[in-house]
Design a protein around this ligand. Structure first.
Ligand SMILES: [Zn+2]
Length: 275
């Protein structure tokens, strides 16, 4: 007994606090939720590092799980060596009504977005899955960035997540296709209201989320530019290992020129895109 206790104490000291949750941790969390949600019409299941809770039909929840598995397999392959270091529950609500009610009931949140959000403090992805799975693939990126690139600026965190709002698989890799955010970017270019790339990359988190320009569209299409030119994965690896937390150094390296010289090229490329 005593030896076992000492061994387990040593184990607790040796295992880093950031270790991925064990299958046992994940199953325990699922069992807790099954108990808590019994009789309320939820399906509770697990996949990889996640517990999935959904109020659609059990078959539909299973199809969502297949989608999660596909996204996770592809983004892990290209970007992420580590899985999230905690059990994260993915809540999939079937429409805006149950999403808002669930966010309030289970998290005391009043969401500022109709689609879904990641709450790092609550270890939860909370989603209105009604409009489609694009929000799910977006939100899945966030806990992975948190685990693998904790110092990532918001522009990159949201840019990469937004890139995968309309995901396809291309030659075994995740591929973000041009989506509904395009007009947000091209309107700024046409009106000559687009801030310089250097300004986007320098935004703090508050400046990014509070920007008076469409920062999501700008960041998203910068990531798409790198993707379309075969530079995104190397850019990411270089950036995550770099001391320059704005990404300027890695971006200039990726495009082979100063940002000011790259800007006209980027703008021209953006204006040539079609949805
Ligand atoms: Zn996001």
């Amino acid at each position: 007994m005593r030896v076992a206790l000492v061994v387990s104490l040593l184990f607790a000291l040796v295992v880093p606090a950031t270790a991925a949750p064990s299958q046992g941790d994940i199953e325990r969390r699922a069992a807790e939720l099954k108990k808590q949600l019994a009789g309320q019409g939820f399906t509770v299941t697990t996949t990889g590092p996640f517990v999935v809770v959904g109020d659609e039909s059990p078959a539909k929840v299973r199809s969502r799980v297949n989608f999660i598995d596909w996204v996770v397999r592809l983004i892990e392959k290209d970007y992420f060596d580590k899985q999230p270091d905690k059990v994260i529950v993915i809540w999939l609500f079937r429409n805006i009504t149950t999403y808002k009610a669930g966010a309030k009931k289970f998290f005391d949140d009043e969401p500022t977005t109709p689609y879904g959000y990641y709450s790092s403090s609550a270890n939860a992805l909370v989603m209105n899955i009604g409009p489609g799975a694009g929000t799910l693939s977006h939100e899945l990126v966030h806990p992975y960035i948190e685990a693998n690139f904790p110092d990532a600026p918001s522009w990159f965190n949201e840019g990469l997540a937004s890139l995968y709002e309309q995901p396809r698989e291309r030659e075994g890799h995740m591929w973000g296709t041009t989506n509904w955010r395009l007009p947000g970017l091209t309107a700024m270019i046409r009106k000559k209201e687009l801030p310089p790339l250097r300004a986007l990359l320098a935004t703090s988190s508050d400046e990014f989320y509070g920007a008076d320009f469409d920062a999501y569209a700008y960041a998203r299409f910068l990531c798409q530019y790198l993707q379309d030119h075969g530079k995104l994965r190397d850019f990411y690896r270089d950036f995550a290992a770099s001391k320059d937390t704005t990404g300027v150094t890695s971006l200039e390296k990726a495009v082979g020129k100063k940002l000011e010289d790259f800007q006209p090229e980027f703008n021209k490329w953006a204006l040539s895109l079609r949805r």
